[in-house]
Design a protein around this ligand. Structure first.
Ligand code: DC
Length: 226
């Protein structure tokens, strides 16, 4: 006889968590395409909130100013593009300044409260592949499939360096590595929703794997063939 008690992990949602530069966004987008699901980039939401704070000149110490910005924060995503109050900010949120400032902004408990609420409203509507740091642990603990994607800091720095080189004049590899290690330390040691593997997540070290191999592995895992 089937039990009427709902299974704890039953939300049709694939959570992909992991450190900076591991290729979560590209992987998550490709997994979503393969399954015909939607894709939500929660890192882009923290970046867009950071851009909104920078543009309004509000510092995190100004709590009333922060509340004002959060109250009027209008984020949306269409395919790979992210919009802030209707403006396409997909490029602006990748600037060096936003990348530097997003670490303290994403560690702020009030910012997380507001963005996690928005993520839950979005995620409960359809089938989603969602990437971030706390998706399997905090935002959607009932996700049916949780992946913790890792790669060595060196492998991640080499990939990031190649991406930056494709755009123009990249900083030296050791600078890219030091920046990733700084972000790893901040993400794993912050007080609120630190980066960690959920107890029921499966870990995949992608250091020696191609993007196709990682995507195929996650899709197979989700379909129960992994
Ligand atoms: O994945 P990304 O580099 O675009 O993320 C930007 C920042 O947001 C990064 O400092 C980690 C943070 N982040 C977070 O704290 N929680 C998430 N769910 C997603 C990103």
């Amino acid at each position: 006889m089937e039990s009427s008690v709902p299974r704890p992990a039953s939300l049709p949602l694939i959570a992909i968590d992991g450190p900076s530069g591991v290729g979560k966004s590209t992987t998550a987008r490709r997994v979503a395409q393969a399954l015909g699901w939607d894709y939500l980039d929660t890192g882009a939401m923290y970046r867009a909130a950071t851009l909104a704070l920078l543009r309004s000149g509000v510092d995190l110490a100004d709590r009333a100013g922060l509340e004002r910005v959060l109250e009027t924060l209008q984020l949306s995503q269409e395919g790979p593009r992210i919009f802030l109050a209707g403006e396409d900010v997909s490029e602006a949120i990748r600037s060096a300044e936003v990348t530097r400032r997003v670490t303290p902004v994403s560690a702020d408990a009030r910012v997380r409260e507001v963005l996690v609420e928005q993520q839950r409203l979005i995620g409960h509507r359809r089938r989603w592949v969602v990437d971030g740091r706390d998706i399997g642990t905090v935002v959607f603990p009932a996700a049916c499939c949780k992946i913790f994607l890792t790669a060595s800091p060196e492998a991640r720095a080499r990939r990031r360096h190649l991406e930056l080189a494709a755009k123009g004049d990249p900083p030296p590899l050791d600078v890219v590595l030091a920046d990733l290690q700084r972000r790893d330390a901040a993400d794993t040691t912050r007080a609120v929703a630190p980066l960690r593997k959920a107890a029921d997540a499966v870990e995949l070290d992608s250091s020696g794997l191609s993007l196709e191999q990682v995507v195929d592995w996650i899709v197979a895992k989700h379909l129960g063939h992994g």
